[in-house]
Structure formats: structure tokens, C-alpha cells
Design a protein around this ligand. Structure first.
Ligand code: HEC
Length: 200
């Protein structure tokens, strides 16, 4: 019978480094959670909001029970691994969302990963009853982005050093003669343009 072998010097160093990483990660996590718990405002700025109608509220229940949160995030609940649907209503219409849930492969410009025909993992979604999918579509269309947030199709209003700098680099000086500055139009109008664009 072979006895237990002592660790070699190199192995000790390797395991030591590995262990130190784990300890650092655990400590970091504890510190982060303690700091977060004691903050009186959210650690990250919240840039989406929602105002749910009765159907939207029902849809949020179907959404939760439909295991959508296994891959998605909505109303700041769910997983961080997949696509966040917060703010979706600023990008997609209720009709687009319903059509996507029913027939994802037709509505998507690129190949879908999880929605679509079996054996894709979210194939069950298209088979859910029509009434449930309609409620979910209403719910998701009521998740709105604040203008200028990362999930919003509309850039922040007013001056922006970053946008103005980028424009200076890439756009000819007289671009405003030919094009509209969407930041000067106010959000709502552009949202409509964007929504129409996604419907085509
Ligand atoms: C197995 C993971 C998974 C599950 C479960 C899942 N989804 Fe998805 N969802 C995705 C992925 C990935 C995409 C991106 C499209 C694709 O590749 O399939 C997506 C895209 C979407 C989109 C389109 C977003 C956009 O604007 O591009 C909607 C709407 C959506 N899902 C709703 C739902 C709803 C509602 C449920 C539950 C009934 C659900 N999903 C369950 C993974 C999932």
C-alpha cells in the first residue's frame, strides 16, 4: 500500500496562492455586503422604473412562475447571468414582445440561443397559453428605462462631454444641417421612432 505522500514545495506554494485567493474573495464579499447593508441609498444608481397596470401585475406573476427568472432579470429580481429585461418597454412594443414569445426565431435578427424550437432550453415559452404570454408581454412592456441609462435607446439630454467629443471626432462640422440631434428632441418622440424600427 502506498502511504500518503508529502506535498512537494511547488505544490505547497500553488495551494497557498490558491487558498489566499479564496480567502481574499470571501473577505471581499463580506466587506461588500456589510457596506451595502449599511448604506442608506442604493449602491448603484437605479436607471429603470416601472408602473404596472392590473394586467402588468398579473403578467409579473406569470413571469415569475414561468421560470423566466432562471435566465432573466426583471424588476431587479432574477439572475445576473442572462439578459436583463428591465427597461425593455423603452425598446420594444407590447406587440413585438408577444410576437417574439410566440415565434422567437422569426422576430430575432440573429440566431436565437435559448428561445425557439426544442431542444433549445426556453422552447417551452412559445408553448405557453396565449393568455399567459399576452400578460407577460404587457408586464415586460411596462418596464421602462430612464433616458440616458445604459438600457435606454435615447441618449442623455443636454451636454455630454463624451458624446460631444465623439461627435467632434467622427462627424463633419456641419452635421446638424443634415441630421437632427436626438438629444434636443426630448425622449418620447425618439422612443416611437425606435419602436417602429424594431418592428420592421
Ligand atoms: C434558458 C434560458 C431562458 C429562459 C428560461 C427564458 N429566456 Fe428569454 N431569452 C433568453 C436568451 C438567451 C435570449 C436572447 C435570445 C435568444 O438567444 O434566445 C432571450 C430573449 C428574450 C426576450 C427578447 C429580449 C430582446 O429584446 O431581445 C424576451 C422578451 C424574453 N426572452 C422573455 C422571456 C420570458 C417571458 C421567459 C419565461 C416565460 C423567458 N424569456 C425564459 C434566455 C431565456
Amino acid at each position: 500500500m502506498a502511504g500518503k505522500q508529502a506535498l512537494k514545495q511547488g505544490e505547497k506554494v500553488l495551494f497557498g496562492i490558491f487558498g489566499a485567493f479564496i480567502v481574499a474573495a470571501v473577505l471581499g464579499y463580506i466587506v461588500l455586503e456589510v457596506v451595502r447593508y449599511n448604506l442608506d441609498k442604493p449602491m448603484y444608481q437605479v436607471t429603470t422604473h416601472f408602473a404596472l397596470s392590473d394586467d402588468g401585475l398579473k403578467g409579473s406573476v406569470v413571469f415569475r412562475e414561468g421560470r423566466c427568472t432562471a435566465c432573466h432579470r426583471a424588476m431587479r429580481n432574477g439572475t445576473n447571468m442572462g439578459l436583463s429585461l428591465d427597461g425593455l418597454g423603452s425598446k420594444r412594443t407590447v406587440d413585438w414582445i408577444y410576437a417574439f414569445l410566440r415565434d422567437p426565431e422569426k422576430m430575432y435578427s440573429s440566431t436565437t440561443l435559448d428561445h425557439g424550437e426544442f431542444p433549445k432550453e426556453a422552447a417551452y415559452v412559445a408553448k405557453m397559453p396565449e393568455t399567459e404570454l399576452k400578460l407577460i408581454a404587457v408586464f415586460l412592456s411596462e418596464l421602462i428605462s430612464d433616458q440616458g441609462s445604459p438600457s435606454s435607446p435615447v441618449p442623455p439630454s443636454g451636454e455630454s462631454g463624451f458624446i460631444d467629443g465623439a461627435l467632434k471626432m467622427v462627424a463633419p462640422p456641419d452635421w446638424k444641417d443634415k441630421y437632427k440631434d436626438v438629444r434636443e428632441q426630448g425622449g418620447v418622440e425618439i422612443l416611437d421612432v425606435e419602436k417602429n424600427a424594431t418592428e420592421r
